[in-house]
Ligand binder design. Structure first.
Ligand code: ADP
Ligand code: TYD
Length: 209
C-alpha cells in the first residue's frame, strides 16, 4: 500500500468546525476544474467502516474505553484504506477525506487519554499512509459545539464529553499543526464559508503547482 499517483487531502478539527462544509466546497471546485475527485469520511467511507462507525458515534459516551476506540477506529481505517482510499489514489484521483488518523491522534491519543504513542505505533503497523495535505480548521469550541449539536444527527457521542473536552481537542490540533507543519495547514474557521474555501484552494493550487 505505498504507490501514490493521486493526491490525498484530509480535513481535521473539533466537532462542528466546518470540515464537511469545506470538504464539499473543495470537492465541487476541483471537479469543476476537471479533476477526478472522491469525497469520503472517517469513521466510514467503505461498507465495513460505515458499520463500525455506527458503533462509535452513537450511544453512551462511556460505551468504549479510549484503548478500544483506538482499535475500532484503526480497524475502520484499514478497511477504508483498502477499499476506497488506496484504489482511488492508484487511479490518480484526488481523495478528500473528512477526518483521518490525526483525529485518532488527538481524540484518543490526547483528549480521551494520554495514548499518543500507542496511536502512532498502531498506525505505523496497520495503516502507515499519511495524507499529502491536511487542513486543520480552527474554531471557537463554544460556537462549534452549538453548531454541531444543532444538526440533530444523533451522532453526538463525542460532543457528549462536553466543552472542556472540545477545548482540550483544540489545543491538541493546534500543537499538531506545529509539529507536522510539513503537511498541516491551520485555517481560521471563524470566517465566512467563502473566505475559508478561498484560503484552502490557494494552498491546494500552490501544492499541485
Ligand atoms: P463538521 O463537519 O466539522 O462537523 P460542518 O461542516 O457539518 O462541520 O458544520 C457544522 C455546522 O456549521 C453546519 O450546520 C454548517 O452549515 C455550519 N457552518 C459550516 N461552516 C460555517 C461557517 N463558516 N460559518 C457559519 N456556519 C458554518
Ligand atoms: P464526524 O462525523 O466527523 O463528527 P463531526 O461532524 O461532529 O466533526 O466524526 C464522528 C466523531 O468521531 C467525531 O466526534 C470525532 C470522532 N473521531 C474520533 O474520536 N477518532 C477518530 O479517529 C475519528 C476519525 C473520529
Amino acid at each position: 500500500m505505498t504507490s501514490n499517483k493521486g493526491l490525498f487531502i484530509s480535513f481535521e478539527g473539533i466537532d462542528g468546525s466546518g470540515k464537511s462544509t469545506q470538504s464539499k466546497i473543495l470537492t465541487n471546485t476541483l471537479i469543476a476544474a476537471g479533476k477526478s475527485v472522491i469525497q469520503t469520511r472517517e469513521p466510514g467511507g467503505s461498507d465495513g467502516a460505515e458499520l463500525i462507525r455506527s458503533l462509535l458515534v452513537s450511544g453512551d459516551k462511556d460505551r468504549w474505553s479510549p484503548e478500544t476506540e483506538i482499535l475500532l477506529f484503526t480497524a475502520a481505517r484499514r478497511d477504508h484504506l483498502e477499499k476506497t482510499i488506496q484504489p482511488a489514489l492508484d487511479n490518480g484521483q484526488v481523495v478528500i477525506c473528512d477526518r483521518y488518523v490525526d483525529s485518532t491522534r488527538i481524540y484518543q491519543g490526547v483528549a480521551r487519554a494520554d495514548l499518543r504513542d500507542t496511536v502512532d505505533e498502531l498506525h505505523k503497523i496497520i495503516i502507515s499512509k499519511e495524507p499529502d495535505l491536511t487542513f486543520i480548521i480552527d474554531t471557537n469550541p463554544e460556537k462549534s459545539l452549538v453548531r454541531g449539536l444543532a444538526r440533530g444527527t444523533g451522532e453526538d457521542r463525542f460532543e457528549d464529553f462536553g466543552l472542556e473536552f472540545q477545548k482540550h481537542l483544540r489545543e491538541g490540533f493546534l500543537k499538531l499543526s506545529n509539529d507536522a507543519s510539513n503537511r498541516c495547514h491551520l485555517i481560521d474557521g471563524m470566517r465566512n464559508r467563502e473566505d475559508i474555501a478561498e484560503s484552502i484552494l490557494t494552498i491546494v493550487i500552490d501544492y499541485i503547482g
